[in-house]
Write a protein that binds this ligand. Structure first.
Ligand code: PML
Length: 242
């Protein structure tokens, strides 16, 4: 029996007025016998997206050694119902405070720098310095999936994909929290996540129809730890038990 797995990544975009507009992206880690089905499903997702037609679709398949994969339980999930985006933002401020993160208002004000970035901002919570080597791109948390492969994977599941990503991100020792607002105009639920507070869903963080969204990974540590954290976020392979 083969012990290898495959990482499959899909990315779809369109050129608009000389710039690349992101349409859809997803990734999976799959057993060899599911590789073709998953590629078909991701292709299907790329060509039928509410953000319109793609003119560039990339599907990248890489073999990964089973020994390089680590497994973690998902963060515990709680939900916080709010009536307005303003109330949601206040909730984020409270969660930052409860996490011992200073400068909450300033950090929330930095969210707008993430609009349109492919990756996340990696922010030193004490100095408020951005730590990504390429600030236009940000840091991409990648090489992760749900541990159980019996799922129907043909539809995007914002919650499940975000929980997997948040679990991987929060598992690094120097990450003290994460803030996420979806960039999907039809999806207003976002979250705060950390080792201590788990994954806290906030039901409204923006107005319906608004395309602005992004992520900030909140970091505390030194320069060498920042390098290790970026390597971990971008390269470590993780399967998350949900
Ligand atoms: C995204 O669009 O990628 C972010 C999804 C956030 C999911 C929030 C949730 O439903 O818990």
């Amino acid at each position: 029996m083969s012990t290898g797995l495959y990482s499959v990544k899909m990315r779809a975009s369109r050129q608009e007025g000389g710039r690349e507009v992101h349409i859809s992206g997803a990734e999976k880690i799959v057993e060899p016998d599911r590789l073709k089905t998953i590629c078909d499903q991701l292709l299907e997702r790329a060509v039928r997206h509410s953000k319109g037609e793609a003119d560039f679709i990339n599907i990248k398949v890489e073999r990964v050694a089973a020994a390089d994969v680590i497994r973690r339980d998902a963060l515990p999930v709680t939900a916080c119902e709010v009536a307005t985006a303003e109330e949601g933002r206040q909730k984020l401020g409270e969660l930052l405070e409860r996490s011992g993160i200073p400068n909450g208002e300033e950090i929330l004000g930095r969210m707008k720098e993430t609009w349109g970035m492919r990756g996340a901002m990696l922010l030193d919570v004490d100095t408020l310095e951005r730590l990504e080597p390429d600030q236009g791109r940000g840091v991409r948390a990648t090489y992760m999936d749900v541990a159980d492969s019996g799922d129907d994977r043909s539809q995007k599941d914002h919650f499940k994909e975000a929980l997997v990503l948040a679990t991987k991100v929060a598992s690094h020792k120097n990450i003290v929290g994460e803030i996420c607002i979806s960039d999907d105009p039809d999806y207003v639920t976002g979250y705060f996540a950390s080792k201590e507070l788990g994954y806290v869903r906030i039901t409204k963080l923006k107005e319906m129809g608004c395309p602005d969204g992004g992520r900030i990974f909140l970091f505390r540590g030194d320069e060498k730890e920042a390098e290790d954290c970026i390597r971990y976020l971008e390269r470590q392979i993780m399967l998350v038990r949900i």
